[in-house]
Design a protein around this ligand. Structure first.
Ligand SMILES: [Zn+2]
Length: 231
């Protein structure tokens, strides 16, 4: 009995000590950013649904779907306010392999709606927009232009996310956007912002309140993340 116990101990502890940190390092790190939070509700639907709650529910679902194959970190795990620059900074701090910001925006007109995948870009007149090679060559890239080295991967990311979302939501067009979005500006890794629809659209608000729909989005976004890393 003692020998068996001893053998058990000898086998068990080295296994835990040696494999856990190594396994952890092998996992890609995905930082998911639920848009808005706390005093900043984001868009509010006609029925009172706040964007900050929808994005948090979606982020938690994505984390669940990804749990067995990535190390997933949420920029916020509850309903509190967070500065926009702190979101990408969290991803940089964790040396993330991927940063995804989630939104369910709003428009001034109730009939506006749509799914979109955005990446940082398109700053007309800024040196980075026309002369990225010089910035990359000198190695002195200002932090807010750190995205420049990720442009090709960002485009590939946007395209795989769009494909995965289009496969799940066949009746809804998914648009690709390149825009100088503050939340993505400081991200030093491939990064995208996903809008899953406009909460201010009355029918869309009802749709996004259904747990099954959030689960559909979580699966589709997780599918896009898998496709991105399976290259
Ligand atoms: Zn938003």
């Amino acid at each position: 009995m003692m020998a068996l116990l001893l053998a058990g101990v000898l086998v068990f502890f080295p296994a835990v000590r040696n494999t856990h940190p190594a396994a952890d390092r092998l996992l890609k790190i995905v930082v998911i950013d639920p848009g808005h939070g706390g005093r900043e509700s984001g868009a509010i639907g006609p029925g009172g649904t706040a964007e900050k709650g929808v994005t948090l529910a979606l982020a938690q679902q994505i984390r669940e779907v990804l749990a067995d194959r990535y190390r997933t970190v949420l920029t916020r795990s509850d309903d509190y306010w967070m500065d926009v620059t702190a979101r990408a900074a969290t991803a940089n701090h964790h040396r993330a392999d991927l940063f995804i910001s989630l939104h369910a925006g709003g428009g001034f007109e109730a009939n506006l709606d749509g799914i979109s995948v955005s990446i940082f870009g398109g700053v007309a007149g800024e040196p980075g927009a026309t002369d990225s090679s010089e910035h990359l060559k000198t190695g002195l890239v200002p932090w807010e232009l750190g995205y420049l080295r990720h442009v090709p991967e960002n485009r590939r990311l946007a395209s795989v996310l769009r494909r995965s979302l289009s496969k799940q939501f066949t009746s809804r067009p998914v648009s690709l956007v390149e825009a100088p979005l503050a939340v993505l500006a400081g991200a030093d890794m491939p990064a995208a912002l996903i809008e899953i629809g406009y909460l201010t659209h009355p029918a869309r608000e009802l749709y996004l309140k259904e747990a099954d729909r959030i689960a559909d989005f979580a699966r589709a976004i997780a599918g896009g993340i898998d496709a991105f890393f399976s290259k």
